[in-house]
Design a protein around this ligand. Structure first.
Ligand code: HEM
Length: 303
């Protein structure tokens, strides 16, 4: 029996399902780096106060990725897309580490490790054993939420045409010390666009980087970053559950200007708990597990 709360067990589970790939991240192994900037919304003090949000415009280092530890994953695969962004200013750093669906596939580290173990490819079929996946789903019913969303639409047409979500909640502190939980939601200015069925068949497995390069030759790719407030009853600690809350506070605009060399992001690890003053982690066991696991992944890929 593995202790699922240990970061090593979580990385072993990722490596066990996706294989170990030299120099690659244990999850979100396939991706590329970009540069941009972030402009905070005006007068945020009534929601969140920090030196970072008082800046005019700051540089942002961005990484776009495909969820999972397979560096050869197809850009057409119906898995999550990732957005990592590091914004620095006012002596502070804010890492946003987001996925393209509003819920995560596990509510606890135990469920995370079990989800992956149930998907270790069967040596005969090279695919997960459906019986093991069914057994996992019976024990952890929340595991069906994210796969159901992923199955309901094709993969994004572009990294610039999908929303991104923190799924974990954070606590935002206003100038008057009022605290509120919120999740991060990022909306693309270009609107949401998924592949058509025809594009799903005709496009090659590698197109997202070219697509973004061509897009950025003509214009910047823009996103608005929001804090989504919970409706009564929305879980503050379980990222596998969708939120009903419709109220949002705009935190600012993220612009992506150009694709950057791979090396820009190789030595970098986006940490979900690298936050400006005014934002603190919620009491979510998944959020608490992330930073130690990311550090183990960084250690393994830096060797
Ligand atoms: C227990 C829960 C989780 C574990 C163990 C985990 C594990 C990992 C690991 C090991 C990496 C690679 C780190 C590196 O080497 O730089 C990673 C990357 C990433 N994770 Fe997670 N993760 C978890 C939950 C989440 C959640 C809830 C989200 C977002 C909703 C998320 C989004 C991402 C993204 C976007 C990246 C890629 C960052 C980059 O481009 O460098 N993960 N995760």
């Amino acid at each position: 029996q593995v202790d699922a709360s240990s970061p090593v067990a979580q990385i072993d589970a990722l490596n066990g399902t996706f294989g170990k790939h030299d120099g690659k991240r244990a999850s979100h192994a396939k991706g590329f780096c970009a540069q941009g900037d972030f402009t905070p919304a005006a007068k945020l003090d009534t929601f969140v106060k920090s030196p970072l949000f008082s800046q005019k415009k700051m540089d942002a280092t961005v990484r776009f990725s495909i969820g999972g530890g397979n560096p050869g994953a197809s850009d057409k695969s119906r898995s999550v897309r990732g957005l990592g962004a590091r914004i620095s200013g006012g002596g502070e750093t804010y890492d946003l580490v987001l996925i393209s669906e509003p819920v995560f596939f596990a509510s606890t580290p135990e469920s995370f490790v079990s989800f992956l173990q149930a998907r270790v490819p069967d040596p005969a079929t090279k695919k997960p054993d459906p019986a093991k996946v069914a057994a996992h789903n019976a024990k952890y019913p929340e595991a069906k939420n994210q796969p159901a969303l992923l199955a309901s639409h094709p993969a994004p047409y572009s990294y610039a045409t999908t929303p991104y979500y923190s799924t974990n909640a954070f606590i935002f502190k206003a100038a008057n010390k009022t605290e509120q939980h919120a999740r991060i939601v990022v909306e693309p200015a270009a609107g949401t666009r998924y592949l058509t069925e025809q594009e799903e068949q005709s496009l090659p497995d590698l197109f997202l980087e070219n697509e973004l390069n061509s897009r950025l030759a003509a214009a910047t790719a823009e996103f608005t970053i929001y804090a989504q407030l919970p409706a009564p009853g929305d879980s503050l600690t379980d990222s596998s559950q969708p939120w009903q809350g419709s109220q949002r506070v705009a935190l600012g605009k993220l612009r992506v200007l150009n694709v950057a060399p791979q090396s820009t992001c190789d030595g970098l690890v986006f940490m979900p708990v690298t936050l400006p003053s005014g934002i603190t982690p919620s009491d979510d066991s998944i959020l608490k597990a992330r930073a130690p696991a990311y550090a183990v992944s960084l250690g393994r890929r830096s060797n």
